[in-house]
Design a protein around this ligand. Structure first.
Ligand SMILES: [Zn+2]
Length: 229
């Protein structure tokens, strides 16, 4: 809905068509949104407070991942799934703005110098016409006043769909998938990788490992609109 339409017509929910409350969504759908609570700040998996200062989970305490923090807006379910799939598979490009507006307040941006979208392989990008993670990163960057670096990492291996793979299989699948543009990233010490959804965290882990190995970046965060619960 453009500015003029918004002014003339009452806002309607982009999913249900009912009258919209916030973010172009009906109040019924807004109520279904679920934010992670009591999670490990590093991996965003459930971690009950046990007195530890930062509430790290056991896995991150024993085997810390290559990224230092995971931040997501919501759990990947209900209307979030509809919006992300709409953006990813049904050319609903306007959902990138909507998803960024919904989640922007969830992110603690302290120290983050640049947003780097998780890249798509050029062939897949050509088929889809865009990289949804890049659209989301740009909408977030605009609102957070953080620059976006779209060509800092290239995807050089067209990995098959990861949907039915577990974390270990996903990592194997991703080996040698990325090329890091070290010159483009040389000036940064603290970055956030941005994706639409984090499922097992394998993509973020492999990417962060490559960045650690090939650049001087000290802090790598993993950001996404949503995460599977
Ligand atoms: Zn953890």
């Amino acid at each position: 809905m453009n500015f003029l339409e918004k002014w003339i017509l009452p806002p309607t929910c982009v999913v249900s068509g009912e009258s919209a409350e916030r973010f172009d969504l009906s109040s019924a759908l807004l109520q279904t949104l679920k934010q992670p609570d009591a999670v490990c700040p590093v991996c965003c998996e459930p971690s009950l407070k046990q007195g530890g200062e930062k509430n790290l989970c056991g896995a991150c305490l024993t085997t810390p991942p290559a990224f230092c923090q995971t931040q997501v807006g919501f759990y990947f379910e209900g209307v979030l799934t509809q919006l992300v799939y709409g953006l990813k598979y049904h050319q609903k490009l306007e959902y990138a703005r909507l998803l960024a507006e919904m989640t922007v307040e969830s992110f603690d941006v302290t120290g983050v110098q640049v947003l780097v979208p998780v890249p798509l392989h050029p062939l897949r990008r050509r088929d889809r016409g865009y990289n949804q993670a890049e659209l989301i990163a740009k909408e977030l960057g605009k609102r957070l006043a953080i620059p976006v670096l779209s060509n800092g990492i290239l995807r050089i291996k067209n990995t098959p769909s990861q949907t039915h793979l577990n974390a270990k299989q996903r990592r194997k699948n991703l080996v040698n998938s990325f090329e890091i543009k070290t010159d483009a990233l040389a000036e940064f010490s603290h970055i956030a990788l941005v994706d639409d959804v984090i499922t097992t965290g394998a993509t973020m882990q492999v990417l962060a490992e490559c960045l650690q190995k090939e650049t001087g970046i000290e802090k790598i965060q993993a950001w996404a609109i949503a995460k599977t619960e």
